[in-house]
Design a protein around this ligand. Structure first.
Ligand code: ZN
Length: 254
């Protein structure tokens, strides 16, 4: 009996990993929305984590309705090799159960996306899975973390880590990513839907004052990008389009 029960349990867990949301077909090798994967500075998971295998997640993200911005509260590397080493180190900390490295014991890296100081966007946990980035508030919540430690002063936890500022490239990439995620999931790019971690957890300083101070401006920039894209959409009245289609289908010149 115990063996059979265990088998059923494994089966139940395996079926808990849902497929990507319908209508949001990912580009090859990534679960990010196509519009995100199309960003020139986007890097899919396998580029920094070639050994990655899909795992069983605790819960699906569900339909994303909000986005939370973090800092890694760690180093802010500049060179590709150091960036990848740092991403792999964060993954180890998030998934390890070893208290000596402050392991969190999560099923995967906590964030859905990370952004380095050069403004490169790195895919983290697949977007269909609920993240581990805000205690008790991960439902429908996309997690983005900027690499660096943006606090104004050291805390007990981060006292060994240099204090830095988010770079212009990092903020620009954040605005572009917010813009694309807002468009893909219909999330308004205002501060009622885009949070700093501390907005949802008053005990946290995350995403650090130097990034928190920029969030209003980043949301405005992300919305302006959306407006610029919307202005390129064909806004002619639909009946003209219908007339045009009718003319094409009857072979008449137009
Ligand atoms: Zn945070």
């Amino acid at each position: 009996m115990p063996v059979k029960t265990f088998g059923l349990l494994v089966l139940a867990l395996a079926s808990a990993a849902p497929p990507p949301a319908a209508g949001k077909a990912p580009a090859a090798g990534t679960y990010a929305p196509e519009s995100v994967a199309a960003l020139p500075n986007f890097h899919k998971r396998s580029e920094w984590d070639p050994k990655w295998k899909e795992t069983v997640y605790d819960a699906p993200l569900g339909n994303p309705t909000r986005i939370t911005v973090h800092h890694t509260e760690e180093k802010q590397p500049l060179e590709r090799k150091a960036i990848i080493t740092e991403l792999q180190r964060l993954l180890r900390i998030h998934t390890s159960k070893d208290p000596k490295i402050d392991g969190r014991g999560w099923s995967d890296i906590g964030y859905h996306f990370l952004i380095d100081a050069k403004g490169q966007i790195w895919e983290g946990r697949p977007i269909y899975a609920q993240g581990s980035h805000v205690a008790g508030q991960n439902e429908n919540n996309i997690g983005i973390s900027l690499m660096g430690n943006f606090d104004l002063e050291h805390t007990e936890y981060n006292k060994e880590i240099p204090l830095t500022k988010p770079t212009a490239a990092q903020l620009e990439a954040l605005a572009a990513l917010l813009n694309r995620l807002g468009g893909a999931y219909g999330i308004p790019l205002d501060r009622q839907h885009v949070f700093g971690h501390r907005d949802l957890d008053a005990k946290k300083t995350c995403p650090g004052q130097r990034l928190y101070d920029q969030l209003d401006a980043v949301c405005q920039a992300a919305s302006r990008k959306a407006a610029a894209m919307a202005s390129r959409i064909d806004t002619r009245p639909a009946e003209n389009i219908q007339e045009r289609l009718r003319l094409i289908s009857t072979g008449s010149p137009f």
